[in-house]
Design a protein around this ligand. Structure first.
Ligand SMILES: Cc1ncc(COP(=O)(O)O)c(C=O)c1O
Length: 398
């Protein structure tokens, strides 16, 4: 078995951070992937919300090939200009909310959030950061400090000081927490890792108002929700929320490690040379791939596909909830960021295992949930194939 050699090396030498699934993925195509033995699987996780336009997507391959023939990293990195970077900036400016006038790049979501928090402190000359319970903002020490889940925090104490938490979706709690020390309020417009929670319509709008009144900068962490994951290009953009920072990663480059953050003129005008930087930030390779992904999303109206496929999913999953009320407690989500909440973790684990046994990858989330977040350009027949497997898996554990 070819995979065996891969398992042995990874198991022996990789740090033991993951409960591994004994499958060695060799290649992919769209929503499908194949292991080293040639077995085909459907990927309903899109590599944790990353491969937003599918695996081995030709426009990404082409961007990688073409850019790699030119240049990967500039002399003096960001000190010199890059046509690939300028092209990406131009395409981003067309899809970002128009009040966000400046951008900078990172290699991951955590780094983008880290930078936004750091810069918010500098701009406001305040120290405190408010985040929400159940949130997820990354695994660096400052973003773990901003993450409202004990499992990502408690082992690493002491964390960064001056981080406080409020109840997600609760305006009174936010209002009470805001004072003259609060530099930033960081929020996912829809919580992803925390279990796919959608706040009320008015919550984000009112949070914007409260932050403005308090001189607190609003950071929208759109690392998971951005780039059409829930339908629109950005959740806060579609809602007309004027955030001070919008952070991005995951889908931005469809699988190539890349991220970034956009900021308002108000913020940008108070930043100076030396406030931030990084060796790879705005690396031409990442820029070329991100530009290709954004172009694809726009040209193919992927947003419409997400809304259509998301509706189909919610309808079918809603039927499961009616049919299997003893084991399914809730179905929620938007676009193609969806979650089935089961009665307990054991059931969710069994369903997840049964799906994998039937060659479908899903993601067990927060113990009793299963998150479904496939490629955004998934076709109806591919979606149905995966959903049929899920239904069989659910029925097998009743
Ligand atoms: C909302 C959100 N923010 C930040 C991150 C961290 O991103 P990365 O893993 O690229 O550092 C994640 C990752 O899951 C996320 O979902």
């Amino acid at each position: 078995m070819k995979s065996q050699a891969t398992f042995e090396i990874e198991d022996k030498y990789m740090a033991p951070f993951f409960v591994k699934q004994k499958i060695s993925i060799e290649k992919g195509d769209g929503v499908f992937v194949w292991d080293e033995e040639g077995t085909r699987y459907i990927d309903f996780t899109s590599g944790w919300g990353v491969t937003c336009i599918g695996h081995a997507q030709p426009v990404i391959t082409e961007a990688i090939v073409e850019q790699s023939k030119k240049i990967l990293q500039n002399p003096n990195s960001g000190l010199t200009y890059s046509p690939a970077r300028a092209e990406l900036i131009s395409s981003l400016m067309k899809v970002l909310p128009s009040h966000l006038t400046h951008v900078f790049f990172s290699n991951s979501g955590a780094e983008a959030n880290d930078a936004a928090i750091k810069l918010a402190r500098k701009v406001t000359n305040r120290l405190d950061v408010i985040s929400t319970h159940q949130s997820f903002h990354g695994r660096t020490i400052s973003t773990a400090s901003a993450t409202g889940q004990a499992s990502h925090r408690e082992k690493f104490n002491p964390l960064m000081p001056n981080y406080r938490f409020v109840i997600y979706g609760d305006l009174d709690d936010l209002e009470q927490a805001l004072d003259e020390n609060v530099a930033a309020f960081i929020i996912e417009p829809i919580q992803g890792e925390g279990g796919v929670h959608i706040p009320s319509e008015k919550y984000l709008k009112e949070a914007e108002r409260l932050c403005n009144e308090n001189g607190t900068l609003l950071i929208a962490d759109e690392v998971q929700t951005g780039f059409c994951r829930t339908g629109p290009m950005f959740v806060t953009g579609a809602m007309g929320i004027k955030v001070d920072f919008l952070t991005m990663a995951k889908g931005i480059a469809g699988g190539f490690p890349f991220g970034g953050f956009a900021m308002s003129e108000k913020v940008a005008s108070r930043l100076e040379i030396g406030d931030h930087g990084g060796t790879f930030c705005g690396n031409p390779m990442g820029c070329a791939v991100a530009h290709a992904v954004i172009t694809y999303l726009v040209d193919n109206d992927v947003s419409a596909n997400v809304e259509h496929m998301g509706r189909i999913c919610l309808e079918i999953m809603g039927q499961w909830k009616e049919k299997y009320p003893n084991i399914i407690k809730d179905i929620r989500g938007k676009g193609l960021l969806l979650l089935i909440e089961f009665a307990d973790s054991e059931i969710a684990r069994k369903v997840s295992d049964e799906c994998l046994g039937r060659k479908l990858f899903v993601r067990q989330t927060q113990g009793n949930g299963i998150r479904v977040f496939p490629a955004l350009n998934i076709k109806a027949e591919e979606l149905n194939e995966g959903l049929e497997i899920m239904q069989t898996a659910i029925e097998s554990v009743i």
